[in-house]
Design a protein. Sequence first.
Length: 211
Amino acid sequence: MTATLIEKPAQGVVLKNISWQTYESLLKDLAEQPGVRLTYDRGTLEIMTPLAPHESSKKILGRFVETVTEELDIEIRSLGSLTCRREDLERGLEPDQCYYIDNESVVRNVEQINFNQDPPPDLVIEIDITSSSINRMELYAALGVSEVWRYDESRLVFYQLQGEEYVECEVSPKFPFLRPVEVIRFLEMQKEVGETSMIKAFRRWVKSQIE
């Protein structure tokens, strides 16, 4: 089977007719290049290089999750852009950030997570600044990720997996006091203050909501 270039999106390429074995080989070859992201969907492979705003947004949203769980005294396992793949589904991708929350104790001491037997992350952060040519939400649903935060620089949406599809939620299913509008309010503070000051302000707000 011959690989075919079908598209060249901004900062990346999309290839058709790529075998699962080739995908896994590329994952190994590019393991030392964290700036490259691979998404695989049943023979279609997208290779992307995220832009700087993408990296900044994923880190900040990740810090929000970590701040909330600290204040709620919830144990988590944060695994960043852990490659989530299942050969039986012929699908794989790397979230921008991912967290085990409900299933933290299940994977706490698991060195190499095997998605054929271990649960998927409970919460994934997806930065949609440079649009993917593959429907990554479908891949998260197939893997069984229960909650996805999706941000496109102007809008943040919380999604909950219901059946085989995601439904938009007014509040985070994991943190019911947290609304997208509040998170955006703190994100916009970056225009006026530094990151440390913004996180401190967010922490104070979280404490006011849970006390």
